[in-house]
Design a protein around this ligand. Structure first.
Ligand code: ATP
Length: 376
């Protein structure tokens, strides 16, 4: 097992800079997830660590060893891809044991590791089957098993669950997490799925356009995103972003005035008429079906009353019941785009209905439109 250190790694393909100034250190035994939209450079970072790609500049250490010029096979790294290539004519057992046999590992040790890996991935009853006799999920588990059996010092996983159906993906994700808790092999995992990122990671690295946007544990990044890109990327449904003009006592949002409570007003550092993007998560918006907009006492989700609330008049557009909760897509008059609101399941609403949205301004974010930076 090993720590991994990337120092100012850059990779250019002719005139395309795939990754720029990538610096982070993963402590021994941690599970880190690289996340970001398509083309942001996740795979390039992983392939560079594996030795399948050469950095244009920068230094890469695995353990205490500088590996810039060390070939992939000598890095003691196991990589699992989305397209798990198993040997079709070998059985599951032979597929898992193959890497160990190539390294001339003692037969008894191979047998022991095979059984341990098969047990931890629920493959014991499939050891004599050939890959074509397995489901996609089982094949993916064999690919993981083959990598684990080698007991590498570093595990690199590139979207390993993306070919699985939803149920299998959830199950295999939990198995992976459990496996990491048992083995504690340093792991770097690439995905564009933010649920995988949130649930698996000790630390998440959010990337965009080849650059690091933020590094942190899932909860901290969710609670305090560094910029609008991170805020909109983590969270499902994503954070609502509403263009607003600061008016001193309120924000003008598509012509509606949203009052700003005193405590927030005092800590804002904005100038009058400043344009900003207001961010609020769907779970921090409450609905009020009363005809009249109120500004006074409201009952909060924790059962307590609170003074000072702000309303926006909106219209229900789409209702998506999800069982335990319902997602309501609303929109403000004279404006494009949805404001997503998460309400408890069973709430009865109809498209076209008008309601007041009450924004819990304790959970308000403000972003600078020109560069996306969080300014509040
Ligand atoms: P995805 O989620 O779609 O797999 P990614 O985040 O893994 O994307 P990369 O595959 O690392 O992104 O690609 C990052 C950038 O580098 C992209 O703009 C891509 O087009 C470019 N790129 C990657 N490999 C090459 C290559 N061999 N030649 C030229 N450009 C490349």
């Amino acid at each position: 097992m090993a720590k991994v250190l990337l120092e100012n790694i850059q990779r250019k393909f002719n005139n395309v800079t795939a990754i720029e100034d990538i610096t982070f250190e993963i402590p021994d035994g941690e599970f880190w997830v690289l996340v970001g939209p398509s083309g942001c450079g996740k795979s390039t970072i992983l392939r560079t660590i594996a030795g399948l790609e050469t950095a244009t500049s920068g230094n890469l250490f695995i353990g205490d060893r500088l590996v810039n010029d060390i070939p992939a096979r000598a890095r003691d790294v196991a990589m699992v891809f989305q397209n798990y290539a198993l040997y079709p004519h070998k059985t599951v057992a032979q597929n898992i044991a193959f890497g160990l046999e190539m390294r001339k590992v003692d037969r008894k040790i191979i047998q022991e590791r095979l059984l341990t890996v098969a047990r931890s991935l629920s493959l014991e009853n499939l050891l004599d089957r050939k890959p074509k006799q397995l489901s996609g999920g089982q094949q993916q588990r064999v690919a993981l098993g083959r990598a684990i059996a080698r007991q590498p010092q570093l595990f690199l996983l590139d979207e390993p669950l993306s070919n699985l159906d939803a149920q299998l993906r959830d199950d295999t994700r939990a198995e992976l997490k459990q496996l990491h808790q048992q083995l504690r092999i340093t792991t770097i995992y690439v995905t564009h799925d933010q649920v995988e990122a949130m649930t698996l990671a000790d630390k998440i690295v959010v990337l965009n356009r080849g650059r690091i946007q933020q590094i942190g544990d899932p909860q901290s990044i969710y609670a305090l995103p560094a910029n609008e890109m991170v805020a909109s990327f983590l969270g499902n449904p994503p954070m609502n972003i509403l263009p607003a003009i600061y008016k001193g006592d309120n924000f003008d949002i598509s012509g509606q005035l949203l009052a700003i409570p005193e405590n927030i007003k005092n800590s804002l550092n904005l100038h009058p008429e400043q344009i900003c993007n207001l961010g609020i998560r769907p779970e921090h918006i409450y609905i009020n079906l009363d005809e009249q907009s109120t500004f006074g006492r409201i009952l909060q989700k924790n059962g307590e009353y609170r003074e000072e609330v702000s309303d926006l008049l909106a219209e229900v557009k789409v209702i998506e019941p999800l069982g335990r909760e319902t997602l309501i897509r609303t929109s403000l008059p004279n404006s494009f785009g949805f404001i997503n609101v998460q309400v408890p399941g069973g709430v009865r609403l109809h498209p076209g209905e008008r309601l007041h949205l009450r924004l819990d301004l304790d959970h308000l974010f403000l972003f600078e439109p020109s560069n996306g930076k969080r300014i509040f």
